[in-house]
Design a protein around this ligand. Structure first.
Ligand code: ATP
Ligand code: MG
Length: 395
């Protein structure tokens, strides 16, 4: 089905009182970003509603797919519109909509009228009754059911007249850019892209950091992370990705520290470096894809020790999810296929056979003290030599 206009409904952001404009503007910005690769659209605000309009008709599915990436949208309604506010022409508009949208004229319906323009001479009830009659006259095989209609034929009388009968659910959440920024520790795995998606859904703008260990990890492993970042950016908007060369730090830890503590110590340095970039980029939190008990470095004791490495709050939206639940989200958002490509991760290069599962902070700190002469220089070097990649979804 081809459509030229869409009515966008938004939920939570409607509640924000004085801040509403800021929220609406952020929503419009994200909508433009999502629709950019599809075509030319105009986005218009009108009394608590947002409309997407085009000169050319576009395939409904394609536009809906684009908009389904925009957090803050609760529903997308393909609409027909007209400027004439007379009951006869509204009936014609609504009838044409039924004609096109429902080839089988065999369903029960109810007409709903919303009257934003109070100068319109009929009440909503009167207009709904009159429109119902016009529809029944034109399509005698339809039935009215005011209690449980199969189709809700909706007419909104505002600056113009809008008719629609379908609302496709949007992703919900809040528009990106309305709740500050956070630094995502993005690996090539399944969990961290999902974690980034979930936090962005609450309106948080994402920055990201990836630790690689050349030549132990390959260029392809890095490209995989860039590809994942692009998919996440199709929801979250542009992302600044810091690619940190972690090799020397890992080798140093490997040389000086007990091997069963490698992963946890490494994770602590990742947190520290991520926090450094977070501060530089104006982020207020870190995000990881950890989930309680998934691996040795994600036991509750390990999380306590990892957390202690950074001062910022660490958001772990996957914390209570089972792996299959995380996978279901990654499939839904489209990162799964890329995540399971079999490239090495820096965490898997220097792993011990039997990593500690219940690390103690004092013990780990004592081990880290063996790094005291060298680690600062190595961390500084890693920070200074980090590559910055600007990620945009559509390029
Ligand atoms: P993921 O699927 O996200 O890789 P995982 O189950 O493999 O997670 P770990 O390897 O223990 O778990 O990593 C836990 C978290 O630490 C990841 O979710 C990610 O946030 C972060 N992380 C791990 N490795 C890296 C890396 N190379 N670069 C950036 N962040 C990383
Ligand atoms: Mg991983």
């Amino acid at each position: 089905m081809e459509y030229k206009s869409f009515l966008i409904k938004y939920a939570e952001i409607g509640l924000k009182g004085k801040n509403r404009f800021r929220f609406e503007d952020a929503l419009v910005t994200q909508m433009k970003y999502a629709l950019e690769p599809i075509g030319e659209f105009e986005i218009r605000k009108e009394s608590g509603r947002i409309f997407v309009e085009t000169e050319q008709s576009y395939d409904c599915e394609e536009v809906v797919e684009g908009l389904s990436h925009v957090f803050g949208i609760s529903g997308i309604c393909p609409i027909a519109q007209d400027t004439v506010k007379e009951i006869e022409s509204m009936g014609k508009l609504l009838g044409d909509h039924v004609e096109e949208e429902y080839p089988e004229k065999n369903f029960s319906f109810k007409v709903f009228v919303r009257r934003g323009d109070k100068r319109f001479p009929m009440t909503s009830m009167e207009a709904a009754a009159a429109l119902g009659e016009i529809i029944l006259e034109r399509f005698p095989t339809l039935r009215v059911d005011v209690h449980e209609p199969e189709v809700a034929l909706t007419v909104e009388i505002r600056e113009r007249v809008y008719v629609y009968s379908r609302e496709i659910p949007g992703p919900g959440g809040m528009p990106v850019g309305t709740n500050g920024s956070a630094m995502l520790l993005l690996s090539g795995g399944i969990d961290s892209p999902v974690a980034g998606y979930m936090i962005a859904k609450r309106g948080v703008r994402l920055h990201a950091v990836y630790f690689h260990a050349p030549p132990y990890t390959s260029e392809r492993a890095k490209q995989k992370v860039v590809d994942l970042a692009k998919i996440v950016a199709s929801y979250a908007g542009p992302i600044t990705l810091h690619v940190v060369n972690f090799t020397d730090i890992q080798l140093e830890i490997y040389e000086k520290c007990p091997h069963d503590e490698l992963t946890i110590i490494m994770r602590r340095y990742m947190m520290k470096i991520a926090e450094h970039f977070a501060r530089e980029d104006g982020c207020m939190a870190l995000i990881t894809g950890e989930s309680i008990g998934q691996v040795a470095s994600q036991t509750i004791q390990s999380l306590l020790v990892t957390d202690n490495a950074a001062k910022m709050p660490v958001f772990r939206p996957c914390i209570g999810l089972d792996k299959n639940e995380i996978i279901a989200i990654s499939e839904k958002i489209g990162t799964f296929e890329t995540s399971i490509l079999p490239y090495e991760d820096c965490c898997t290069i220097f792993v011990a056979k039997h990593p500690v599962t219940k690390p103690r902070l004092d013990v780990i700190r004592r081990s880290e003290s063996k790094l005291k002469d060298t680690i600062k220089t190595l961390v500084d070097q890693a920070v200074e030599t980090a590559e910055i990649i600007k990620i945009r979804a559509h390029e």
